[in-house]
Unconditional design. Structure first.
Length: 54
């Protein structure tokens, strides 16, 4: 895994972790979370993105 791929993966994982926390605290809706996740997959193109969204 090259540096750019690793950085994208780390950014994706950390960002989605925070978004899930916001969802559990009801700060965002399920729809907002799903839209955000799709946008982050598009932006970061994470290695694991497809694994978690299937």
């Amino acid at each position: 895994m090259d540096k750019k791929t690793f950085q994208n993966e780390a950014t994706f994982q950390m960002t989605l972790h925070l978004a899930r926390k916001m969802l559990s605290q009801k700060l965002i809706t399920e729809k907002e979370y799903q839209d955000f996740e799709k946008d982050m997959i598009r932006r970061c193109q994470p290695f694991s993105g497809d694994l978690f969204t299937c």
